[in-house]
Design a binder for this molecule. Structure first.
Ligand code: NCD
Length: 308
């Protein structure tokens, strides 16, 4: 098995195409492992991993923890609300204190863009970015790529739509970097206020019309409106958003071909996606969650220090 070109997973923009292929191949192996009756392997025995979550999370935190435990790593969990961060401690002090307890790898989610990058310059452990503000969420993009490939084959030359709050979504940015790198055609769709100006310079197209976008797409990755990151009103109301950009069954049934539906969660049912779409045969949302564990196992395994 080869090795990655990097010691950390800070963002898709720092990965090569070969890194991404290696992660995909390794994830396929671990997907087979976690479908065995005995899901646990000893690969990361004696490796200690700290999951540092300075921002809320359900899926990503559980997914990392399961991935770590299935690789037999020792795991410590930290969440900001229950920590000394609220007593005024700096990020570096918090992390250095944790590392002095002999932690090898850090999985970190943080509300500020660049926080994992900053840490990687100051500490020795391998760092995996589990989402930094509105910047990147690399492991989500990799599990999305894995799930798409499973469904439609090699994404190169395929039409992938990303729909919703592109401006505030780290999933959107990591998906764009990843899909463009792997040769997919990427089209963004959402209200003009939620799509940054000049985003075409990243190699994507923009279409403000949902029906036309879905008609074009092989796969549609639908994103939530990140209300907690919006400090002004970008559109009049959720009801209006849903009317123009909500994906519902009637709309999908009016198309000429079947689109694969994805969503990273958490879903706001009835806003960006209707229940009859989320729960339909076209949706691979729960496969994304399942694949998330295998992809994270692959990443942890490939990054982990080799102890002799
Ligand atoms: C995403 C995130 O946290 O960026 N969720 C996730 O990790 N599955 C998307 C979101 O919050 O909308």
């Amino acid at each position: 098995m080869g090795s990655l070109s990097t010691r950390h997973i800070l963002g898709i923009k720092y990965l090569t195409k070969e890194d991404i292929h290696l992660i995909m191949e390794t994830a396929s192996y671990f997907k087979e492992v976690i479908n065995r009756p005995i899901k646990k392997v000893p690969s990361l025995r004696d490796i200690t991993i700290a999951n540092l979550f300075f921002e809320n999370s359900t899926r990503t935190r559980i997914s990392f923890e399961l991935a770590e435990k299935r690789l037999s790593a020792d795991v410590v969990n930290f969440s900001a609300s229950a920590s000394s961060v609220s007593k005024g401690e700096t990020l570096l002090d918090t992390v250095q204190n944790i590392l002095s307890m002999k932690v090898d790898m850090v999985v970190m989610r943080h509300p500020l863009q660049g926080a994992p990058f900053f840490l990687s310059k100051h500490i020795d452990a391998n760092i995996i970015n589990a989402g930094d503000g509105t910047h990147e969420h690399p492991t989500q993009a990799l599990l999305d790529l894995y799930s798409m490939t499973e469904k439609v084959g090699d994404v190169s030359g395929k039409n992938i739509a990303i729909i919703g709050d592109i401006r505030h979504s780290r999933v959107a940015l990591s998906n764009i970097f990843c899909l463009v790198k792997m040769g997919a055609r990427v089209r963004l769709c959402g209200p003009p206020t939620l799509i940054p100006k000049n985003i075409e310079s990243l190699g994507v197209e923009v279409d403000y019309n949902l029906k036309r976008t879905l008609e074009w797409a092989d796969v549609a990755n639908i994103l939530r409106i990140q209300l907690e990151r919006q400090h002004i009103r970008y559109f009049p109301s959720l009801r209006e958003y849903s009317l123009y950009y909500g994906v519902n069954k009637k709309l999908l049934d009016s198309l000429n071909s079947e689109v694969v539906i994805m969503h990273p969660g958490p879903m706001n049912r009835g806003v960006e996606i209707s229940s009859d779409v989320a729960d339909s045969q076209q949706s691979i949302i729960l496969h994304q969650v399942e694949n998330g564990v295998a992809v994270r196992m692959a990443i942890l395994f490939l990054l982990a220090p080799h102890k002799s």
